[in-house]
Design a protein around this ligand. Structure first.
Ligand code: HEM
Length: 414
């Protein structure tokens, strides 16, 4: 199953409910970065480590006390991920102005953007409306976060599983233009005597590790967000194996060359890839994922004596998953029994409030009045589709769908 992205997010999400949220977060992040410049790097990484595990849902913040399996203690995060207290402090400030409105997952996303801008990196419009998770997964953090010893093909595959392209992966790796790494993450590389590492650079880092445990990921300008990271790779001065592999005679060499000679392209690609990364949602607990899962388990949008008997089983399953929405059978049943509100599991005809918008209704009306044949292709039952279209006078004998015209009922997700 591919990872669905979050089409429901919107940059205006808090405009009415907390208009000062973004300013408040920015002030907090700026203060933290001016106290310690490295914090910008740590915050960008925190958002990345959040999004790659169960989607961007703030699961990374949950401590061992809050959940039985904390991501904080997973190998890529333990003794390494930083900035939790900065996010906590921003949350405290936001709670003062609008209690219980802004999610921590959104604060992480905004903090990453503000951190980038604070150290000379690009800014971008952050989409908002993420929901915080109440569960976390150490196992997923261990399996889904990339490993510093990976080769380029492994990295491409790892990011592809999150819906990100090879170009996104290279642009995002450019975050290593700032921040620090501990010696154990690059000791094999500097001691390898390999042909893919500059010998002078290797011995400088070896000496450095005798005195300190940290080295800058970008040796030239470790505190500024620029394209020196890519220039270093061309000189075989990438710190981690997973850095140098991006320029090693493989499929991403040309992207590295492009970013090294064109900083503006790097910055705009980085911003675009951060937005894409911020859209990652959990394939299992997301709406489409649950929908697909229910079908896989044999449930359908049908009403019959057999289906009614199965409804209880389906609801028990959803309860176990902690899913608040309706199951397939319940949706079909409610639609047939005159409920005017439907759960939107397909995300096409209905908006996020489970209503058909006036624009969509108007477009359907205009198309059919101009003699175009409108086909509703849906996995919902006929009664469910008729019931939705009835609300906007588009069902019935002269409507787009009725008991008399066929419609097309397909299952399109899987
Ligand atoms: C491509 C796969 C990646 C691998 C294997 C990787 C691995 C690592 C490792 C091993 C460190 C050093 C951690 C330590 O020593 O404690 C690090 C640091 C860092 N990573 Fe990555 N990373 C990857 C991609 C990314 C991405 C996509 C971002 C953000 C968009 C990112 C942002 C950072 C930053 C900013 C730091 C420095 C953090 C600090 O100084 O606190 N990395 N990464």
């Amino acid at each position: 199953m591919s990872t669905p992205t979050n089409a429901q997010l919107s940059s205006t999400f808090y405009d009415n409910t907390c208009p000062n949220a973004l300013n408040t977060i920015r002030t907090s992040i700026r203060q933290a970065v001016s106290r310690e410049r490295r914090m910008a790097a740590s915050l960008i990484r925190l958002h990345f480590h959040d999004c790659f595990v169960q989607g961007c849902d703030a699961s990374i913040l949950l401590s061992e006390a809050a959940t039985s399996t904390s991501e904080r203690t997973a190998a890529p995060n333990a003794g390494s991920a930083r900035g939790y207290e900065v996010i906590d402090a921003a949350k405290v400030e936001v709670e003062k102005i609008c209690p219980e409105v802004v999610s921590c997952a959104d604060i992480l996303a905004v903090a990453a953007r503000d951190a980038s801008f604070a150290v000379g990196g690009p800014s971008w419009t952050v989409k908002l409306g993420r929901k915080d998770s109440t569960t976390a997964s150490r196992d997923l953090a261990n399996s889904d976060l990339p490993f510093f010893g990976s080769n380029v093909n492994e990295l491409i595959a790892n990011f592809a599983r999150k819906g990100l392209s090879a170009r996104d992966m290279v642009a995002l790796s450019g975050a290593h233009t700032i921040g620090q790494a501990q010696c154990f993450t690059f000791s094999d590389r500097i001691n390898s005597n390999g042909s893919d590492i500059d010998a002078g650079f290797a011995s400088t880092r070896t000496r450095g590790c005798r005195n300190a445990n940290l080295a800058p990921l970008d040796l030239v300008t470790p505190n500024s967000f620029d394209n020196n990271y890519f220039k270093n790779l061309i000189q075989k001065k990438g710190l981690l194996e997973s850095d140098q592999t991006l320029f090693s005679g493989g499929p991403t060499d040309s992207i590295v060359s492009q970013y090294s000679s064109n900083p503006a392209t790097f910055k705009s690609d980085f911003a675009a890839a951060m937005i894409k990364m911020g859209d990652i949602i959990d394939p299992v607990t997301s709406q489409n994922g649950v929908h697909g899962l229910l079908h896989l388990l044999g449930f359908d949008h049908e009403i019959s004596d057999e289906a009614e008997a199965e409804m209880e089983e389906e609801e028990l399953l959803l309860k176990t998953l902690g899913w608040k929405g309706k199951g397939l059978i319940r949706s079909a049943y409610d639609a047939d029994h005159g409920t005017t509100h439907l759960d939107n599991t397909d995300g096409t005809l209905l908006n996020s409030q489970s209503q058909i918008t006036s624009t969509t209704a108007q477009a359907l009306r205009e198309a059919s009045s101009k003699g175009l044949k409108v086909v509703i292709a849906t996995g919902k039952t006929r009664p469910a589709a008729i019931s939705v279209l009835k609300m906007v006078d588009l069902a019935g004998i002269d409507g787009i769908l009725s008991e008399f015209c066929p419609g097309v009922f397909v299952q399109v997700f899987l």
